[in-house]
Design a protein around this ligand. Structure first.
Ligand code: NAI
Length: 337
């Protein structure tokens, strides 16, 4: 019997790519919605699930899928999957660890440069035919200090690019590679030291029980006054209250956010007029609307990964992950199995 793979959050173009590359040995199901928006009975018999980050794969779902053997997430982060339950049920979880270190790093600089040169403000003004320079003076990156929290694949790419701009770089990471630090010309510093010295702080570590809210009301006052804050990693790495406080009090002169707490709920904004909207959804919506009103904040809709080349690499790695698992030589296993 052919195994069934259920893909969620796929566009028509992605479906076309996957159908072509995965071969004819599987029954394929495609859903454009997230997994929580599709009735379980429609895919309950699937052996393999493939999701993106807005599909929350919860304990109960894993338990209810009797034939499930693999969850292939089409992302680097896997905090949307209950790894503990997958491990308990011997369901392997695989991810796409490398596909766009440069892609996310480039978006990080798109956010940094937009803020440092006020591109976002200028764009809105020139649309109104206002070509005045008032209030648009930016600052040079050259000579400033960039603090990278999490110097892994993406963080290291950010560091390499930073050197091209003449930035000094300091990094905070639990794992330290002094050879790389010497080669790329940066130093590792404790978190508090990084916060107090950086003109720009950029987050690049995963979200887990150790990193969640690593920036909070407890340490936000340690940040150098007037620093820029960039988050392309995960929204919950900074406590939302601390982010608002820092922006309102001038601790952060600006923020470039590709991710923020509750972003997955905001996606459902157009369904919010229905009854019984949970309080946390309204809260997420409110937070986003407050951020949107701030002139010194740029929000992008979790798109740092989204380049033509990176998406193709994600899909191809997912195909390879599924085929490798089927040949009993799984790759990029992050849990379960
Ligand atoms: P990676 O695993 O190569 O690097 C993460 C680094 O964080 C590692 O060096 C690790 O030692 C460090 N780290 C882990 N725990 C830490 C802690 N408690 N304190 C300090 N450092 C710690 O991951 P990669 O590929 O660089 O991705 C980083 C994150 O970026 C992902 O986990 C994901 O959440 C996010 N991401 C966002 C995307 C977007 O579209 N916005 C796309 C891809 C990734």
């Amino acid at each position: 019997m052919m195994k069934t793979i259920a893909f969620f959050e796929t566009t028509k173009a992605e479906e076309h790519f996957l159908r072509k590359r995965i071969g004819k040995n599987f029954t394929l199901q495609f859903f454009q919605e997230t997994i929580q928006d599709v009735p379980v009975k429609k895919f309950a018999k699937a052996e393999i699930l493939s999701v993106f980050i807005y599909s929350v794969v919860k304990k109960d779902l894993i338990r209810s899928m009797k034939h499930l053997s693999l969850i292939a997430t089409r992302s680097t982060g896997f905090n949307h999957i209950d790894i503990h339950e997958a491990t308990k049920r011997s369901v392997a979880v695989v991810n796409v660890p490398y596909y766009g270190e440069n892609t996310v790093a480039e978006h990080t600089f798109a956010l940094i440069l937009s803020l440092s040169r006020n591109i976002h403000k200028a764009y809105v003004r020139t649309l109104r035919n206002d070509f005045s320079l008032e209030g648009l003076r930016g600052f040079d990156l050259k000579g400033k200090t960039l603090g990278v929290i999490g110097a892994g694949s993406i963080g290291l790419h950010v560091i390499k690019m930073a050197k091209g701009f003449g930035l000094k770089v300091i990094a905070y990471d639990l794992k330290q590679n002094h050879f790389l630090a010497d080669t790329l010309d940066f130093t590792y510093e404790p978190l508090d030291e990084l916060l107090s010295r950086s003109d720009i702080i950029s987050l690049h570590c995963p979200s887990n029980e150790h990193t969640r809210r690593m920036l909070s009301m407890k340490n936000i006052r340690k940040v150098k006054k007037g620093a820029l804050f960039i988050n392309t990693a995960r929204g919950d790495l900074i406590e939302t209250q601390a982010l608002h406080y820092a922006l309102n009090s001038g601790i952060f002169a600006g923020a470039g956010l590709d991710v923020f707490e509750g972003e997955e709920l905001v996606k459902e904004e157009n369904q919010m007029l229905s009854k019984n909207v949970p309080v946390e959804k309204l809260h997420a919506l409110l937070q986003k609307n407050i951020l949107l009103k701030m002139e010194n904040v740029i929000l992008t809709p979790h798109m740092a990964f989204d380049s033509v080349e990176a998406v193709e690499r994600i899909l191809q790695t997912t195909v390879d992950n599924i085929l490798a698992f089927e040949k009993n030589s799984p790759q990029f296993v992050v849990g379960g199995g």
